[in-house]
Write a protein that binds this ligand. Structure first.
Ligand SMILES: *Cc1c(COP(=O)(O)O)cnc(C)c1O
Length: 432
């Protein structure tokens, strides 16, 4: 931890709770202190002390092309020259909306919002409105933003801080969120058997990225889709992280899902605050001003953010996903090989350009498995990587990401560092 970062952090703690404006940034889960970042370029981050890092956090997912990419920077400059916000419709909303629809055909209608939290919050309001039911099913360890209904059984930053849920939730709301284990089809069947008439919708990360990276079993997702259809509950796929990440058309493409509603965010804003929810027109037409479900935003559809999002999606050419996936696979298989060599019980899990690592001796399939991984060893691993110039997500409950800017050289360099780290910690993992 450099001197400048340290000084900024001391100042920041006087100003912001924990010194940060979003909790995982504080590095609390890995026992370190956050770096203050000066700039990013391609696959690299540079901190205020002048150290550079290969970045696998990428602003927690959005920067699928890498940092400060020319096409995005110039689209933003062009947009900003015309003004920053109009509070009125602009053609840029159409351009991004049409591009999203082209990639996700089931997105008949959509609305832009400013964060994933707003997208999921609005999607369940809509589900409750169109079904006239109140209960929402979610899965343990899935994170859907920080609105009240979703801070129950949430993963990610909530899990890192060891909070079962959050303080400050109205007690009356808690029973309306039903939390089931991820990848457990039987649990879904059982709850529909007894409560179908109360279930407004089921929301799921089709590839979970907020308890580390945990892919769903196909049968699990098919069970949810089928039961939702049978009982007229809305099937909502939260693709805020997986959209344009797990595959070109997100996890829905990977698993060939046709959800009633989908939530998008992160990549679609290209580093700016953009998210969206959408899906079947018959539901979306219930949103104000057409219908009775209120939803609004002063800066929604912001023209600069729309320009960044569009330039980002247009930067994902036909080979982009195959390329990123091949490099991700190379990195992850490389790590697996090294773990074997140094006799470390390590699970590396990945889909598309998303990946994570657990110190565990069997594949991690749900939140309980993730919780039983060796967290101290992860913290150790994280700190050692950081000192050697690799910026890895500072919690085992977070996914890492690759961008199109990451090169084969980056992968090689990362594997070299991981080999040094594994050599250092190998053989003493289970002693701690
Ligand atoms: C990041 C994330 C959210 C929340 O998005 P914000 O923009 O941080 O509010 C919701 N759902 C999933 C799956 C996410 O990964």
């Amino acid at each position: 931890m450099g001197k400048q970062s340290s000084e900024y952090f001391q100042e920041a703690k006087k100003l912001f709770p924990g010194g940060v404006n979003s909790p995982v940034r504080a590095f609390k889960a890995v026992g370190g202190q956050p770096l203050f970042i000066e700039s990013g370029s391609g696959s690299r981050l540079r901190d205020v002390d002048g150290n550079t890092y290969i970045d696998y956090v990428l602003s927690w997912g959005p920067l699928v092309l890498g940092h400060a990419v020319d096409s995005v920077q110039s689209a933003v400059r062009e947009a900003v020259n015309l003004g920053s916000s109009f509070g009125a419709p602009s053609p840029r909303e159409l351009a991004l909306g049409q591009e999203l629809q082209r990639r996700l055909p089931f997105l008949e209608k959509m609305r832009f919002v400013n964060s994933g939290t707003e997208a999921t919050m609005s999607a369940i309001r809509l589900a409750r409105a169109v079904t006239g039911r109140e209960n929402i099913i979610k899965f343990e360890g899935c994170y859907h933003g920080h609105s009240d209904s979703f801070l129950i059984g949430a993963g990610s930053g909530v899990a890192s801080l060891g909070l079962a849920d959050s303080a400050g939730l109205p007690a009356a709301l808690i029973p309306e969120t039903l939390v089931l284990p991820y990848n457990d089809s039987e649990a879904v069947k059982a709850i529909f058997q007894h409560h179908a008439s109360e279930i407004a919708g089921v929301i799921v990360e089709a590839v979970a990225g907020n308890m580390g990276l945990i892919p769903a079993d196909r049968a699990f997702l098919e069970t949810i889709a089928l039961l939702c259809e049978e009982h007229s509950s809305l099937f909502i796929v939260d693709e805020v992280m997986t959209g344009f990440r797990a595959a070109y058309g997100g996890a829905c493409e990977l698993y060939q899902l046709q959800p009633d509603l989908v939530c998008l965010g992160k990549v679609i804003g290209g580093g700016f605050p953009v998210a969206a929810f959408g899906g079947k027109a018959c539901y979306m037409d219930q949103i104000a001003p057409l219908g009775p479900v209120y939803q609004a935003g002063t800066l929604s559809g912001n023209p600069i953010a729309m320009a960044a999002g569009l330039a980002t999606l247009l930067g994902l050419g036909v080979n982009a996903f195959a390329e990123m996936e091949a490099r991700t696979t190379r990195l992850c298989q490389g790590i697996q090989g090294l773990a074997k060599k140094y006799q470390l019980p390590v699970q590396v899990q990945w889909r598309g350009s998303m990946f994570s690592l657990f110190f565990a001796d069997k594949p991690v399939q749900n939140f309980k498995d993730a919780q039983s991984a060796n967290y101290e060893q992860f913290a150790n691993f994280h700190q050692l990587l950081l000192t050697k110039g690799i910026y890895w997500a500072p919690s085992q409950y977070e996914s890492n990401f690759l961008s199109l800017a990451h090169t084969d050289r980056d992968i090689e360099q990362t594997l070299q560092v991981i080999e040094e780290v594994f050599r250092k910690i190998g053989g003493r993992v289970w002693e701690s």
